[in-house]
Write a protein that binds this ligand. Structure first.
Ligand SMILES: [Zn+2]
Length: 328
């Protein structure tokens, strides 16, 4: 019987094991890195879908090649005895809690979700992986609130409420129908006035409520529901648990490493910041991003595009909801 950790070490060299199935290693594409390489930038994991993952992007071809070799090498059945005596088999996932997610449960979850079992295993692996490298992610991509404000390509934080609102409107394609209101300004014909083209909002200003959505709607609608979404979609990333000094790391990671285009960061005048990103281009990418972001502490309901979010230019308990970082 093969030892999966020996197979991994045979491909990536010495591994600094951080747990039974995962540890830091030298990136197979380290020579391609364009930024300084840290000791904790690359990880190898042998459970679930065996994976080598690096925080750099320039090494991607070499990492992909090494991943092929790792998966080929671990393609035959293997088992590993964990400290405590439990047995992990090829295709099982060791979860952050320390419990084993058996591969049969992965198959059952796939069936329940109407998903391909292979993709389900990718998602379960991603969730476990994200939980493992979470501390390094928050360290490496550390982007505290003060620094976000300082580094904004456009200086926007001090603009007045009308200017905040109009600046935000420029994120939308001119033809978009956008909703602005309060949480319940939707669902009845009289709510039609809350759904307007960008040009009309430009005239009206931030007076119709404290919320908007990351998605545009079908013209003429009065209901903020998923079926009525049409045109532009932003993914608005937020968290109920991460502080303003922590969530920046998630924004930076998404923007720099995952290459999701960051348009703006909005201070909600409460405890949190919202990052406005391009939405994932397809369902598979969306599912994978959701698995990762949830493990980092983001709100899974942010993937419901008709979810209300704070609009810049409106006041919340006397404090201005405002853009604090804006792409040039
Ligand atoms: Zn690398």
């Amino acid at each position: 019987m093969i030892d999966p950790r020996q197979v991994a070490a045979g491909i990536v060299g010495a591994v600094d094991w951080q747990g039974p199935v995962s540890g830091f290693c030298r990136c197979p594409g380290e020579s391609l890195h364009t930024h300084r390489t840290g000791k904790k930038d690359c990880r190898v994991c042998v459970d679930g879908v065996p994976t080598i993952y690096c925080f750099h992007t320039s090494c991607a071809p070499a990492v992909a090649e090494a991943n092929k070799r790792l998966r080929r090498g671990l393609g035959t059945p293997w088992t590993l005895m964990l400290p405590g005596g439990k047995i992990l088999r090829a295709g099982d996932v060791l979860q952050a809690s320390g419990t084993i997610l058996p591969r049969e449960v992965v198959v059952a979850r796939a069936k329940a979700a109407g998903r391909d079992p292979g993709e389900q295993l990718v998602l379960e692996t991603l969730a476990a992986l994200a939980a493992r490298f979470r501390p390094e992610l928050f360290e490496k991509f550390h982007w505290p609130f003060a620094q976000i404000m300082e580094e904004s390509p456009l200086l926007v934080a001090n603009r007045d409420p009308d200017d905040q609102f109009r600046t935000w409107l420029k994120l939308w394609p001119a033809c978009s129908t956008v909703w602005v209101g309060d949480v319940f300004s939707s669902g009845k014909p009289e709510h039609r006035t809350h759904f307007r083209p960008v040009a009309e909002w430009y005239q009206i200003g931030p007076v119709m409520g404290n919320y908007t959505c990351g998605a545009a709607f079908r013209p003429g609608t009065y209901s903020r529901s998923n079926e009525n979404i049409e045109g532009q979609r932003f993914l608005v990333v937020e968290s109920d648990t991460l502080t303003k000094d922590q969530i920046g790391a998630v924004f930076a990671y998404m923007n720099q490493r995952l290459r999701y285009n960051l348009h703006a960061i909005i201070d909600t005048a409460g405890k949190s910041l919202h990052g406005w990103f391009d939405a994932p281009p397809n369902k598979v990418m969306e599912g994978r991003l959701k698995a990762g972001l949830t493990a980092f502490g983001c709100d899974p309901k942010l993937f419901t595009y008709s979810q209300p979010v704070r609009v810049p230019g409106a006041f919340r308990d006397g404090k201005l909801q405002r853009i604090v970082w804006l792409k040039n």
